[in-house]
Design a protein around this ligand. Sequence first.
Ligand code: R5P
Length: 294
Amino acid sequence: MKIVGGSSGRALATLVARELDLKVSGVEIKRFPDGEKYLRVDEDLAGQDVVIVQSINHEPDELLFEYFLLCDTIKDLGASKVIAVLPYFAYARQDSRFNPGEAVSFKTVTKLIEYVGTTELFSVDMHQHRIERPADVFRIPAHNLTAAPLLAEYVKAKTSLEKPIVIGPDEESEQWASTAAKVIGADHDVLEKKRLGAEKVEITTRRLDVRGRDVLLIDDIISTGGTIIEASRILKSQGARRLIVACTHPILAQNALARIYESGAEIVVGTDTVPSPVSFVSVAPLIADAIRRA
Ligand code: R5P
C-alpha cells in the first residue's frame, strides 16, 4: 500500500502513514503561468493500493479538481485500487434541492469522485442530515467515521469538568452530543435551531438545566461560527458555568474563532480534518484503523 497527500492533505497523510508504518509517496503539484495546475506522481504505483488524503476545505473547487487529477493519474499509472480519504467533504450540506432549480452539489461531486476511478472512500463526520449513510449515494464502498469520541477524550483529559453536560446546538447534532456524553460520562441534550440566512441563526431553548453546570458544546462543523455563538449565548444566559466548544471540522471562516472566544468559550477544539489553530486532535489513528480493517 502507498499513501499520497494532496495540497491540503499532506500533514494528515504523513500522520496516517506513520500509523500504518508507511512512507508518503512524492507528488509534485504546481501551477503553469496561465493558472492551470500541473501534477506529477514521483513513484511507481503500478499494482499498488494507493490511499489519497485530501481535505476539501476552504478552496473546495480547487482541491476537488486536484483530487480528480490525482486519482485519475494514479489509476492511469496502473494502481489496483485508489482509496480516497476526504476527511472534510465539502458540498455535503447541499444534498437536496432546497429551492427550485438548485444544483444538488453533493450528488454531482459524488459522481465525479467515482468517475475518476475512486474504488473506496472514507470521510469523517460527513454532513448527512437527509441522507442516512454515504452508501445511499455512492456506488463504491463509502464509509463515514466519527471523531466525536476522540474530541470527547481530549476534553476529558484536558479539563476537569464539574457536573458536565454535553449539548448539541441543533437537533441534528444529537449524534455527536450523545457519543461524546458517553465518553465523558455526562448527560446530553440539544438546542433547537432556526436558520434565518447564510450567516444568521436563531436558537430557542428546549427544557435544559445547564445552570451551574460545565457545558461541552459539540457540532460537526464550525464555519462562520453563527450556530455555536448563538448556542453559547443561550447557554450562558441559562446559567452555564464553563463552556468548552468542540467540533470535527474547524473551518472557522473569517474571524469565527475570535468571535467564539468573545462569546464566552474557554476552550475551542477541533480536529485536523481541517488544519486550523485549534486542530489539537488528530483523526490519523481513526483513519488508519479504518484502512486497516477495510
Ligand atoms: C449545520 O447543520 C451544521 O451541523 C453546523 O451547525 C453548521 O454548518 C455550522 O455553520 P456556521 O458555523 O456557519 O453556523
